[in-house]
Design a protein around this ligand. Structure first.
Ligand SMILES: [Zn+2]
Length: 305
């Protein structure tokens, strides 16, 4: 019995050691590939590959560094776009070419430092969603409404037209319900919660009581509550941070997708304590806000930065 336990422990130790070694070698391999990638534009400019007897830069990069044709093309294309932005080249060195891909078309020489900071802190997916919000693209806009400045309020002042495919009897029922009123008033009424709102609960437990959870998700279905987002929600996010108040308040818990939750924990949602339609995307986190420290701990815990 003891013998077999010792064998199992020995086996486990061996597996852990193999895994650790693989992680270390993998990290080194990635680091050196990133260094090779950064040399490619110069290698191409001086046609070093030709002078050293290779038929193309692809053969050169494949034989000497194990790079694929696509990797070389991608790297040359992206590095050409950021050659005048040293801050972004630094991110390529640290995180690889993929980390700057979402920002190559948006970053200018003036904003390269700002975007480098975001690319360094955020995962690729979160960065892509942040850029969408930054440009105001995910929110429904009327035809005449221009792309908004990120510091402008989130809610659109003008009305938005939508069309729906409905069964004739449903359309008829809706028309009757609307009567002489207008569609906006009817829809507002239909969206009102049917059941009374549960009272906030103060507790040490992070577990959100079922009644509160049900009330919250009934407002947005299974969808993220960030304006314009259509992704399914993954997290019930405490806009006032549970760690600060130990409270489950139905007005301060919002269903969010992973990317928008991460943007919230980067401190980049302004007016976060108000309803989502009042939210706006921030350029920088507010370091004075008590949430800032909690967010740093959360990001550290989830390995977000
Ligand atoms: Zn979302």
């Amino acid at each position: 019995m003891c013998y077999s336990l010792a064998m199992r422990n020995k086996e486990k130790f061996k597996e852990n050691s193999l895994h650790k070694q693989f992680i270390e070698y993998g990290a080194n391999a990635k680091k050196w590939t990133r260094k090779c990638v950064l040399l490619l534009p110069e290698i191409e400019r001086h046609r070093v590959w030709k002078k050293k007897g290779f038929s193309s830069i692809y053969e050169y990069a494949a034989k000497l560094a194990g790079m694929s044709h696509n990797t070389v093309d991608d790297a040359l294309r992206i590095l050409r776009k950021i050659e005048d932005k040293p801050a972004l080249r630094k991110v390529v060195e640290e995180k690889g070419i993929g980390a700057v891909r979402p920002i190559v078309t948006i970053a200018t020489q003036e904003t390269a430092g700002f975007w480098a900071e975001k690319a360094r802190e955020m995962s690729k997916n979160t960065l892509e969603v942040y850029i969408q919000e930054f440009r105001g693209l995910s929110r429904p806009r009327t035809k005449s409404e221009p792309v908004k400045d990120p510091s402008a309020p989130a809610a659109a002042a003008e009305k938005v037209s939508i069309s729906m495919d409905l069964d004739p009897e449903i359309a008829d029922k809706l028309e009757k319900l609307k009567g002489q009123g207008d569609w906006n008033t009817l829809m507002k009424k239909l969206l009102e919660p049917r059941e009374p709102k549960p009272i906030p609960i103060e507790t040490n437990s992070r577990y959100i009581p079922a009644k509160i959870k049900h009330h919250i998700t009934a407002q947005t279905g299974k969808t993220c509550a960030f304006p314009g987002c259509k992704r399914p929600y993954k997290i019930l996010h405490h806009t006032e941070r549970f760690a600060l108040y130990q409270k489950h308040d139905p007005d301060k818990i919002i269903p969010l997708c992973k990317a928008h939750e991460q943007i919230a924990h980067h401190g980049l949602i302004g007016n976060e304590n108000l309803a989502p339609e009042k939210w706006k995307i921030r350029k920088h986190a507010d370091a004075e806000n008590p949430k800032h420290y909690i967010d740093q701990v959360v990001r550290c815990y989830y390995g977000l930065s």
